[in-house]
Design a protein around this ligand. Structure first.
Ligand SMILES: [Fe+2]
Length: 292
C-alpha cells in the first residue's frame, strides 16, 4: 500500500523550505535507536515537496559510549546504510558536531575524514568542525559546541561567528546551528552538561541578537522546543531516535520527530512531524526585517 504524503509548509517564491533534526545516537546495526531513526527517516521521505536541504544537529552516532564499535564503522553504517535513501547531490545534508560525535581530538580527526566535503572556513583549529554555507540569500553557520580546544562539550566561540555574520550582513535569512542549547530545555539546566557555559552563552546570544539571526537550531535534549529570546528563536530538536541520555530521559509528551521549516519575507514557520507522519506541533512567527 502506498503511504500517504506529508504536506510541507510552503514559503512564497522568495523563501526557503528545509528540514532539521538530530540526536539519534545510531550507527550500530540492530540497536533500538537504529529502528527509531529509520522510522523518522521513513516519515521524512514522505514529505512533499522534499526539502531544499537538511541540517543534522549532531549525535548521529553513539560514539565512545559503544567501545566495541569503532567510530569509523559507526560512521560508515550511518552514512552508507541508514542514510542511503537520501540523494545528497539533490538535497544537501549539513552536519553539526556534538558530544557523541566529536568528544576529543581523535574523534575530531575521524569526523574530518568522514566529511571531506565540509568547508574548511571555520575559526583557527576548528576547520572542518565549525563552518558556514551560503545558499543565495540564506546564510547557515554551523558552530562546534564540543571543540576540544575550548574545553570540550558545552563551550563555544563567538569571535569568528561575529566576523562571519558581519561578512554576510547582506544575507536576508541568517540561521546558526549548534548541538548544545543556550537556554535550558525541559529543565535540563546543568552547564556544561546540558547547556553552553553561561558566560560563553551570554556572549554568543548577544552576537545572534546583534546580527538579527532568525534562529539558533540545537539538539542534545530529547525534545521539540521553541523559545524566543530578544527576538531570536532557540529551536531544539533532539528527536531523531535517541530514547534517553545519561541522567535524563525523553520527557512526558515528547516524541521522535523531525522539524520542517518554511521561511519567507512574511513568516518563519515550523512543524514537527512524528514517526507516523503526523504534524504534532506548529509554530509561526512574523518576520520583521530592519529598515534600510
Ligand atoms: Fe548530545
Amino acid at each position: 500500500m502506498k503511504k500517504r504524503i506529508i504536506t510541507a509548509l510552503r514559503p512564497s517564491n522568495d523563501g526557503h523550505q528545509f528540514v532539521f533534526y538530530g540526536d539519534c545516537c545510531s550507527g550500530i546495526p540492530g540497536k533500538p535507536f537504529e529502528h527509531n531513526f529509520s522510522r523518522v527517516n521513513g516519515a521524512l521521505q514522505r514529505l512533499c515537496p522534499q526539502p531544499e536541504f537538511i541540517v543534522f544537529l549532531g549525535d548521529h552516532i553513539m560514539g565512545a559510549y559503544e567501545k566495541d564499535h569503532p567510530l569509523e564503522a559507526q560512521w560508515q553504517h550511518w552514512l552508507k546504510e541508514e542514510m542511503r535513501w537520501l540523494d545528497t547531490d539533490r538535497i544537501p545534508l549539513y552536519h553539526c558536531t556534538s558530544n557523541h560525535d566529536t568528544f576529543d581530538t581523535v574523534s575530531e580527526c575521524v569526523w574530518r575524514n568522514q566529511f571531506p566535503g565540509i568547508p574548511r572556513n571555520g575559526p583557527p583549529g576548528q576547520e572542518g568542525l565549525s563552518y558556514w554555507v551560503r545558499r543565495g540569500d540564506l546564510l547557515l553557520v554551523m558552530v562546534d559546541t564540543s571543540y576540544s580546544g575550548l574545553g570540550g562539550p558545552g563551550h563555544v566561540e563567538s569571535v569568528w561567528l561575529d566576523a562571519t555574520l558581519t561578512a554576510h550582513a547582506d544575507a536576508r535569512y541568517k540561521i546558526v546551528a549548534g548541538h548544545h542549547p543556550v537556554f535550558p530545555v525541559n529543565g535540563y539546566a546543568e552547564r556544561p552538561l546540558w547547556c553552553l557555559m553561561q558566560a560563553e552563552a551570554d556572549v554568543f546570544w548577544a552576537v545572534l541578537v546583534r546580527h538579527r539571526v532568525l534562529a539558533y537550531l540545537c539538539s542534545h535534549i530529547i525534545a521539540f522546543d521553541v523559545q524566543d529570546h530578544d527576538d531570536v528563536l532557540q529551536v531544539c530538536s533532539g528527536g531523531a531516535g535517541t530514547n534517553y541520555g545519561p541522567g535524563g530521559f525523553m520527557g512526558e509528551g515528547e516524541y521522535h520527530h523531525y522539524v520542517q521549516a518554511s521561511v519567507d519575507p512574511g513568516n518563519f514557520q515550523l512543524q514537527s512531524i512524528d514517526v507516523e507522519g503526523v504534524s504534532r506541533e506548529t509554530y509561526s512567527k512574523p518576520i520583521r526585517f530592519p529598515s534600510k
